[in-house]
Structure formats: structure tokens, C-alpha cells
Design a protein around this ligand. Structure first.
Ligand SMILES: [Zn+2]
Length: 303
């Protein structure tokens, strides 16, 4: 995957600079095959005819604090992303007075503490307070820090009050089922403010990113999803189809294993009790931390 790595770093480089990303005037198919031949290992930058505007990087985004053995860069870095925040409360359970943005932050902090207690990985949070972050900013932050695993934390919602249990999502261009597509629409809408999609990068770019660079990361992400189920099942009640696929913007970093964990339904009376209590969140966090531990133990064993 060397060529695609180079290609993607060129694309991402363009994004980081806040400039436009060019797409070859030829069809995407021939652009891809050209890019994969050695002669085009570094794609020429001037064969462009259309440009896709990329929103400028948010000003003043400072990288978060690293916890755990922070001075030891040989330790894997896990970035935990508490979903929603600021003006975006996420899903709400009015009866129990629970907002997704508070649940995700409390759970992310509990996961951080569990990981720090294990002492084997470094860990950072994309937000530690009630702040709003764009979906791309979350993954960008993790990429800039060189994260080895990105885990976005959410809580699900459904009209059906009986819907309950946890699900882990990994990236796919097409959703695994209708419900996964609905979830993607809901979670991706965090970028839409007053009807304007602040994070729209254009479909052409996101398609290329997915086609070329993400295969390895997607495989690793799927591996993590399986481990999360296996290791966290004693602590977290999962749904029957515990691993689903969806086109989630927050997971679109091309080279970083990423998963989105819906820790339970905030709209379920049963799940809300667990999610709303420190002890319940502590159990979930323990399960997630175990999965992360096994994931990196396996990875270092295979290296
Ligand atoms: Zn959410």
C-alpha cells in the first residue's frame, strides 16, 4: 500500500494547508490505475481540472494533553473522542435528564482513567469539556498526534423504547443496513449548522480516500470491533448484530484504525440507568480498556 499511502498524504497535505485538492480531469477510474503504477508513485500535482474546496482548518485548535506514560513515544497512543458537545447535545432522554454529550464525556473520562490505571498506553481526549468540535477536527486532531487508535464514543437513540444494547461501528462507504444508514445520517448531522454543512468535502474526495488508503486501517478497525465485543461483553450488553458498518465522517481518517462505539441507548430505560451512573460507566470503561489492551498486545506480538 505504499503508493496509496503517498497519494493520500498528498491529498491530506492539501487539506491541512487549507487549499484545494485537485482531481485528475480523467475519470476517477483511470486516475486510480495511473496512480497505482510505479511511474505515478508521486502523482503529478498539475493534472487537475476540477477543485474541491476544503474548509480552512479551525483556528487555534490546540492538541490535547496526553495521559499515561506520556513521555514514552514507543507506547501506543489512543485518542478517545467524546461525541457531540457545546451547542450539539446529541440524543436526549428528557425523562432521565440525560444528554448524550454529557454521557459521552463522562464515559470517555472513565475509559481514560481505566487505561491510565493499566499503564500500558498513552491516551488523550479530543475534548475534556463541553465544547463543540467539527467531526473532521476530531479525527484530524488524532492524526496530528499520531494516534494508533481512534475511538469515538456515542450513545444511541431510537423511537422504540425497547431498543437497547451497545453497537460498534466501523467505516464503510455503504451502510450495512438501513438502521446503520440512519445512524450515519444522525451522527454526521453534527456538522450541519443552520442548514449549512460546514464539513462538506465533496463526494469525490471522500470516495478516493476510502477506495485507496483505508483498506488496511479498515481491516484493523474491524479487528478492534471484534475484540471490543469479545472483551467487553462481560461488562456491556451488546446488541445481536454488534458490529455494523456506516459512512461516518468522524471515522474517515485514511490511515488510522478507527471505530465508533454506541455504548447503549440513551432512550432505553435500562441502558439509561447504566449510562447515567458512574458505576455503570465504570464497567463499560473497564470492558473498553480491556479490548484496547488486547488489541495492542496482539499488534506488538505480530510485529
Ligand atoms: Zn452521537
Amino acid at each position: 500500500m505504499i503508493f496509496s499511502g503517498i497519494l493520500i498524504s498528498a491529498l491530506i497535505g492539501g487539506m491541512d494547508a487549507g487549499s484545494s485538492v485537485g482531481i485528475a480531469p480523467v475519470s476517477i477510474g483511470s486516475f486510480l490505475s495511473a496512480s497505482l503504477s510505479p511511474a505515478y508513485a508521486r502523482p503529478p500535482r498539475r493534472m487537475h481540472s476540477i477543485t474541491v474546496p476544503i474548509p480552512p482548518p479551525a483556528k487555534g485548535v490546540t492538541l490535547p494533553r496526553v495521559y499515561g506514560p506520556a513521555e514514552d513515544p514507543s507506547r501506543p497512543l489512543v485518542v478517545i473522542d467524546p461525541g457531540h458537545g457545546g451547542h450539539d447535545p446529541g440524543a436526549v432522554n428528557r425523562d432521565k435528564g440525560l444528554r448524550e454529550k454529557d454521557v459521552t464525556l463522562a464515559l470517555a473520562l472513565a475509559i481514560r482513567d481505566a487505561l491510565v490505571a493499566q499503564g500500558r498506553v498513552r491516551v488523550a481526549l479530543t475534548r475534556e469539556g463541553d465544547t463543540f468540535l467539527m467531526l473532521q477536527e476530531r479525527a484530524d486532531m488524532a492524526r496530528k498526534m499520531g494516534a494508533d487508535l481512534f475511538l469515538s464514543i456515542h450513545a444511541d437513540a431510537a423511537d422504540n423504547p425497547d431498543a437497547q444494547g451497545a453497537t460498534v461501528y466501523t467505516l464503510s462507504e455503504t451502510a450495512s443496513d438501513r438502521e446503520a444508514a440512519r445512524l450515519a445520517a444522525r451522527e454526521n448531522s453534527a456538522n450541519v449548522v443552520n442548514g449549512v454543512d460546514l464539513g462538506d468535502q465533496g463526494n469525490a474526495v471522500s470516495s478516493i480516500l476510502i477506495d485507496l488508503a483505508q483498506r488496511e486501517a479498515m481491516e484493523a478497525s474491524s479487528g478492534f470491533a471484534g475484540l471490543l465485543y469479545r472483551e467487553a461483553s462481560p461488562f456491556v450488553r451488546f446488541r445481536g448484530r454488534y458490529h455494523r458498518f456506516a459512512s461516518l465522517i468522524v471515522l474517515k481518517a485514511p490511515d488510522m484504525p478507527s471505530a465508533l462505539f454506541e455504548a447503549g441507548y440513551i432512550t432505553s430505560a435500562t441502558d439509561a440507568v447504566v449510562l447515567g451512573a458512574k458505576e455503570g460507566r465504570g464497567r463499560i470503561a473497564e470492558g473498553v480498556a480491556k479490548a484496547i489492551d488486547v488489541y495492542f498486545a496482539r499488534r506488538s506480538a505480530s510485529n
